[in-house]
Design a protein around this ligand. Structure first.
Ligand code: PDD
Length: 284
């Protein structure tokens, strides 16, 4: 798998990545005035494509921006990109900015949006390693339900984890875990319940989260949507996280406390298998 010299999409054109250009006055660059989506690919097909498209539209609408293209145009561009880049497994990112205008805080009107898309070839299926996480303060803004490109806080948290030799961070606000740097977070209690934070402005409504909770319920697992603390997580029998770029990923350590005996827990692994199985059945 290689991401060398990809072809990327820029405002309707497919161009080599080193020739792709956006303006220095793009509001995505100057104000993080932009949203994005990422959809995974297995066997050359997209998982949960329509749910990602719906969330893209919602994120845009929350910021008074329209969808730049129809669902079918979006799917066509996604398909063209994975074909041109020969991606069988990985993901496609779409980034939509308000557009290019002279620097001014007030939203400009009547400008064309900037739309870029690119692929990342990546192994998503196969053996799951458990991750070690640390907790760090959630210093992000108050509308985390919108998938904006303001990812600096997440980047700071994940870099802090890396510096400590760990894999990721779970973000804590007012004593409870909101989510991971780029994933939703879960614990499995001693009596077998899956606990994950309820939807609100404090977290991104994960597309993988919705799919996994539905599958878990179908498996007869009880689900509690509520905040939980790091202390409760450390005391849980399993912990895991979900994201389109990593599906269901077991957590084997939280702030130095080993989880599920230091190996991926069975419920996390089973949910990952089921998610991939079901995802393949409905991929397009
Ligand atoms: N991130 N929470 C945050 C803050 C995220 O950035 C993401 C995804 C999720 C999981 O959402 P989903 O299941 O729809 O991928 C939760 C993507 C993968 C990224 O930034 O690359």
């Amino acid at each position: 798998m290689s991401n060398n010299k990809r072809t990327v999409y820029v405002n309707g054109d497919y161009v080599p990545e080193d020739e792709a250009k956006v303006s220095v006055f793009d509001r995505g660059f100057l104000f993080a005035d932009a949203v994005y989506e990422v959809t995974s690919v297995i066997d050359g097909k997209f998982l949960d494509f329509d749910a990602h498209t719906a969330r893209l539209e919602r994120s845009l609408n929350e910021l008074d921006m329209p969808m730049p293209m129809t669902r079918d145009e979006l799917l066509d561009a996604h398909r063209q990109l994975i074909e041109m880049n020969n991606v069988q497994e990985g993901c496609v990112y779409i980034q939509v900015t308000r557009g290019v205008a002279d620097r001014d805080f007030i939203f400009p009107e009547g400008i064309a949006q900037t739309v870029i898309m690119f692929t990342q070839a990546k192994k998503l299926t196969g053996e799951k390693k458990g991750l070690r996480v640390i907790s760090t303060p959630d210093i992000r803004w108050g509308r985390r339900d919108i998938k904006t490109v303001q990812l600096l806080a997440a980047s700071i948290g994940k870099t802090a984890a890396k510096k400590q030799g760990k894999d990721d961070t779970w973000l804590v606000k007012e004593g409870t875990v909101t989510e991971g740097s780029s994933n939703n977070t879960y614990i499995v209690t001693k009596d077998g319940k899956i606990v994950t934070r309820h939807l609100s402005n404090t977290i991104l409504p994960g597309i993988t989260r919705a799919a996994v909770l539905k599958l878990a319920a179908e498996q007869g697992l009880e689900i509690e949507e509520r905040p939980f603390t790091i202390e409760e997580a450390k005391d849980a029998t399993e912990a895991f996280m979900t994201a389109a770029t990593s599906f269901v990923t077991p957590v084997i350590e939280i702030d130095g406390t080993q989880m599920s005996g230091g190996i991926p827990g069975p419920i996390s692994l089973r949910l990952n298998e089921i998610y991939i199985e079901e995802g393949k059945k409905t991929s397009i």
